[in-house]
Structures are given as structure tokens and as C-alpha cells.
Design a protein around this ligand. Structure first.
Ligand SMILES: NC(=O)c1ccc[n+]([C@@H]2O[C@H](COP(=O)([O-])OP(=O)(O)OC[C@H]3O[C@@H](n4cnc5c(N)ncnc54)[C@H](OP(=O)(O)O)[C@@H]3O)[C@@H](O)[C@H]2O)c1
Length: 318
């Protein structure tokens, strides 16, 4: 039996769907039934029910977006640091391997190959010349790999409070027992929902141009479970659809496939974006997925995943 923590959440519900699809026995647990945030309660549950694997899809995510975490620091620390540390130690004590949903929003920038063939770090992916180069030569862009130290964290400010806590958790649970750290980045899929990045993008009065890696929610949970089912090495994995995509490229797909009633407006620059009411700094980055692919896990490219999300676009059925 697989134990699923945080099954009621946006990421958790995608795990529920995929576990059902695979016909894997699992127990979804909510804090309402069993307060798994308490070490003694969780350890006892693990000892009695003996799951073969634990998935932690629980955590504190600001709603409607990460800005909310800036005003809820204690809750953010409890949900994103104390909780995973508790789970790590309980799982270690009970000898149960587990997987933790982290975030890929812990870097800024990407590596760009210059004309001499050298990889150079570029922190600002929304500079016009960088965006133009990406459109012409996407192969000259390389993302951060798992062994690179996050540069959007409390140790490397500025960062948002939410993302700072996610990095702290990664540090605190690494090597405590056997675990996967699965990095999810800006989840989207075909289901219109306030949590879907594509719904958000269509609702903003103005959008922010940048270049990013993304994770299709269904592809993400499939890849996480594939890692476990293949018994891939434990450790950190960037679980994003390979490649990157700019906001303008996504908007072009929306205009072509969904035919929105109103045209998209873009912020002129970072300054306008950050003075328009946004509280926390945002991470814009590309992640490298070589490690995931080398473990034998298939992911559609980010372009394929976006095309299929818009082609299958639908309203959620309650
Ligand atoms: N959604 C995103 O954009 C995104 C992006 C990257 C990473 N992530 C990570 O993915 C994980 C899940 O995110 P989500 O979007 O699915 O969140 P969510 O919809 O808010 O669900 C999280 C679930 O976690 C459980 N939980 C346990 N302790 C909690 C606490 N202290 N505060 C709040 N909830 C707590 C709750 O379930 P019960 O109370 O029923 O147990 C809740 O339903 C988080 O760790 C988040 O950082 C999310």
C-alpha cells in the first residue's frame, strides 16, 4: 500500500487519479482524519499500516498565489519545512522510502552557449535579446541540473518566502532515510481551474513576459510514480517537461487554439510588473531534465504538453 499525504490538494488529486489509473493500492490521508503533521502519530500509523512507499503532496502554498505566503510565514514554515522534516524522520525510523513534492522555482536564469561555444550564466531571461535568441536557437539554452545550488533561496536572496522554505526543506531532508525530491514547476494541464497556470494566465489583466520550464500536472505525477516503480536511485529530480517556453509563445497558442474574446496585454518591463501589486519576487528559470530522462522516465516536451493541454481544454467536472 502507498500512503498519500495531502491527497485533497491540487497536486494530491492528480496523484489520486494516477494511482487509480495504475490500480495501485493506496491510502489517501487528510490531517482531518489522522494528524500526520505530528511525528508520533505518523510514526505509529507507518508502523501499524506498513506502507511500502509514502508520497508527500502536502504543503503550504499561498492562494491565490505565492504572495500570500509573505503574510503567513509561520504556516508556510510549518507546512513546507517542519512537515517534510517530520515525515523524513518518521519514514527513516519506520524504514519506509518516500517521495516529496518540492518546487523548481528555486533558481533564476539559465545557461546560454555563446558564439565561442562557452556556457554562460544568464540571470535575466526576459531581456529582449535573450528572448530573440531563444526563438531563433533554443538549443543554445541549458537549464540547471539537480547538483547546482539553488540561487533563488534564503541563502541567495532575493527569493519569495514560499520558495525559500522549499529550499530549506530540500536541505533538511536530503539523506534522511531514502527519499525522492521531485521538483514540480508551475503546474498546468487541460482542466480549467484557478490553480492551473494556464487559467491564471488567461485571467490576468496583464501578463508578464518571461521564459520558463513548466510541469504538466498529469505528466509530473506519472513521472514521479515511474521513478518509484522503476526503483530509480533516490535523490533530487527536476520533473518538468523538457525544454522551455516563453509567455508569448504560450499566448500565441491560446490565441490560435482557444480564440479568447480579448487580446492579451503585456507588462512593459519588470519594473511595471513589480509595481503593479506583486509582493514577492518571482523565479524565472529553465531546469535540465537529463537526470530524469536518464533514469528511463519519459516526459513529453513542454511544447507538446502545451499543445495537448489547449487541444483538450475543458472545464473541471465537480
Ligand atoms: N501548486 C503549485 O503551483 C506548486 C508548484 C510547485 C510546488 N508545489 C508544491 O506541491 C505541494 C502541494 O501543493 P498543492 O498546490 O497541491 O497545495 P494544496 O492544494 O494547498 O494542497 C496541499 C494539501 O496539503 C495538506 N497540508 C498538510 N499540512 C498543511 C499545512 N500546514 N498547510 C496547508 N496544507 C497542508 C492539506 O491537506 P489535508 O489538510 O487534507 O491533509 C492540503 O490539501 C506543496 O508542497 C507545494 O509547495 C506546488
Amino acid at each position: 500500500m502507498i500512503l498519500l499525504l495531502g491527497a485533497s490538494g491540487y497536486v494530491g488529486e492528480a496523484f489520486v487519479a494516477e494511482l487509480n489509473r495504475r490500480k495501485l493500492a493506496f491510502t489517501p490521508l487528510s490531517r482531518r482524519e489522522v494528524d500526520y503533521s505530528r511525528f508520533d502519530v505518523l510514526l505509529n500509523f507507518l508502523r501499524v499500516r506498513k506502507p511500502t512507499f509514502v508520497i508527500n503532496a502536502a504543503g503550504y502554498i499561498g492562494k491565490p498565489n505565492v504572495d500570500a505566503c509573505e503574510n503567513a510565514k509561520a504556516e508556510t514554515l510549518l507546512g513546507n519545512v517542519v512537515l517534510p522534516v517530520t515525515i523524513a524522520h518518521a519514514c527513516q525510523e519506520a524504514g519506509v522510502p518516500w517521495g516529496h513534492v518540492s518546487t523548481g522555482c528555486i533558481y533564476n536564469g539559465a545557461k546560454i552557449r555563446d558564439d565561442a561555444g562557452q556556457w554562460c550564466l544568464e540571470l535575466e531571461l526576459n531581456k529582449p535579446e535573450v528572448r530573440e535568441l531563444f526563438l531563433r536557437s533554443p538549443e543554445r539554452f541549458k537549464g540547471y541540473s539537480e547538483d547546482e545550488v539553488p540561487n533563488f533561496s534564503f541563502r541567495h536572496p532575493p527569493c519569495s518566502f514560499h520558495n525559500g522554505t522549499k529550499v530549506l526543506a530540500e536541505e533538511a531532508i536530503a539523506g534522511v532515510g531514502q527519499n525522492y525530491i521531485w521538483r514540480l514547476r508551475i503546474p498546468f494541464d487541460e482542466i480549467d481551474s484557478p490553480r492551473n497556470a494556464l487559467t491564471k494566465l488567461q485571467k490576468y489583466p496583464k501578463v508578464y513576459e518571461n521564459l520558463n520550464s513548466f510541469s504538466h500536472r498529469g505528466d509530473f505525477v506519472r513521472a514521479c510514480l515511474d521513478l518509484w516503480e522503476r526503483r530509480a536511485d533516490f535523490g533530487i529530480y527536476n520533473v518538468t517537461n523538457p525544454g522551455a517556453i516563453s509567455t508569448r509563445q504560450i499566448v500565441e497558442k491560446i490565441e490560435r487554439l482557444l480564440k479568447p474574446a480579448r487580446p492579451f496585454e503585456f507588462f512593459a518591463d519588470d519594473n511595471q510588473f513589480y509595481t503593479a501589486g506583486v509582493k514577492a519576487p518571482r523565479s524565472n528559470c529553465i531546469l535540465d531534465t537529463t537526470k530524469l530522462l536518464a533514469a528511463g522516465v519519459q516526459m513529453r516536451t513542454v511544447d507538446e504538453a502545451f499543445e495537448s493541454a489547449f487541444q483538450g481544454w475543458r472545464v473541471a467536472v465537480a
